[in-house]
Write a protein that binds this ligand. Structure first.
Ligand SMILES: *Cc1c(COP(=O)(O)O)cnc(C)c1O
Length: 400
């Protein structure tokens, strides 16, 4: 496979600076706040909480760290069960392993591609019968699309199980007008380089509970008990966000709404230009929700399209365009082999999505001509496949 390197690389989701980040960094330098504490950290937390309508937030070094802290605050112990969406990035579940917990994976449902309430209900029933209800349920909002929170919160409420929302990909999305990440006992955001806003690396833990947030900051700074000498009665972590990076985050947060609009526009363009092709279906948007369309995701029906999504990935790759399959479900990961897995109504929706799904370049800084390059490459590849299939059909009618 030859990659056409003459063509400028188009990334899946490149960082998109506003231009104001350096002012904040300059301020931090001027005041010599080059540390994992400082005025930008406090201000970033307050501004984020205000933006999403949360009581408060704790800024940390990554989204993964935020999930880890949430599990620690919920006192997950060795051997405790934690449920998690199966169709997600490994970072959703790794912190369960850090805590020595038992990962139980829950399938997606077709409308949201997110946690299936039916599968969750079965898993909760089983866990109750076995006297081992989970300590938490980690619900992921994939590619910006909110999970069915009403159903999930009702079920978890019935069993008294707290919900952690992995909103790493869905900052700026809303469910019935309320921000994703503000429904669970905890919510987490990520500011990794590929997310909708970035601090290069960083994360945030959200909660309505002042005591929990205080405890999160305590655990994130090596759990130092109040004393002049360093006194420790609990195990802590070095998880606070740098004041420099929090400055970047403050500038990024100011343009979050614009970034959501840009990504939704990119999605709309892909749909307008590609929806007519045979076999293509775009990721749905659940009624009553508004997704940030972090990544434009679609599925391809091979029987109608005459080709598989890996073939499109290959064609894009040759054009120096970065695209990806949908996340490989966690129950297919060697790391989690043997974990219990609950399917959606007897059928594994996440496996189907993995087999047929595709994520297209969706960065808010992507140029129109770049998006057109992606679109023409897909069109060309699909048209070629249609012609091939067509000629195969004709050939089969010819007398031999
Ligand atoms: C990016 C991501 C994370 C992890 O965030 P980091 O800041 O990279 O640690 C967790 N869950 C999901 C679904 C993600 O996409």
């Amino acid at each position: 496979m030859v990659v056409n390197e003459q063509k400028k690389r188009i990334y899946l989701s490149a960082p998109h600076m506003s231009g104001r980040e350096q002012d904040y960094i300059g301020e931090a330098f001027a005041d010599n706040w080059i540390a994992p504490v400082g005025p930008h950290v406090d201000a970033f937390e307050q501004e984020m909480a205000k933006h999403v309508g949360a009581f408060g937030a704790a800024a940390v070094s990554s989204g993964t760290a935020a999930i880890h802290l949430a599990l620690r605050l919920l006192q997950v112990n060795h051997g405790d069960r934690v449920f998690c969406s199966t169709l997600t990035f490994i970072a959703s579940a790794n912190p369960i392993l850090y805590m020595g917990g038992e990962v139980v994976l829950i399938d997606s449902e077709p409308q949201t591609w997110n946690m299936s309430p039916q599968a969750l209900e079965t898993a909760l029933k089983d866990a109750e019968l076995e006297g081992a209800l989970p300590k938490a349920v980690i619900v992921v909002h994939l590619y910006g699309q909110c999970a069915r929170m009403d159903e999930i919160l009702t079920l978890c409420g019935r069993y008294g199980v707290p919900v952690i929302e992995d909103a790493a990909e869905s900052l700026g999305s809303t469910y019935h007008g309320k921000a994703s990440g503000t429904f669970g006992k905890f919510g987490i955001y990520s500011f990794n380089g590929n997310k909708i806003i970035t601090t290069s690396g960083g994360g945030m833990l959200l909660s309505e509970d002042a005591g929990m947030l205080k405890q999160a900051r305590f655990l994130a700074t090596q759990a130092r008990d109040p004393a002049q000498h360093y006194e420790h009665s609990q195990m802590g972590y070095n998880y606070r966000l740098s004041n420099l990076l929090a400055g970047v985050g403050r500038a990024q947060l100011q343009v979050l709404n614009e970034r959501v609009e840009a990504r939704r526009e990119i999605f709309a363009t892909y749909r307008r230009e590609l929806a007519g092709l045979p076999g293509i279906s775009f990721m749905p948007e659940l009624e009553g929700t508004r997704t940030n369309r972090w990544l434009t995701a679609l599925t391809l029906d091979e029987r109608e399209a005459g080709l598989t999504s890996p073939r499109i990935l290959q064609a894009l790759h040759e054009e120096n365009i970065e695209a990806r399959p949908v996340w490989k479900p966690l129950h297919r990961q060697p790391l989690l082999a043997g974990s219990r897995y609950y399917r959606h109504e007897g059928r594994s929706v996440s496996d189907d999505l993995f087999a047929t799904g595709l994520c297209l370049p969706s960065g808010s800084g992507m140029l129109e001509v770049e998006q057109q390059r992606v679109i023409s490459c897909i069109r060309r590849t699909m048209n070629a496949a249609v012609q091939e299939t067509g000629s195969r059909c004709i050939a089969s009618f010819l007398p031999n």
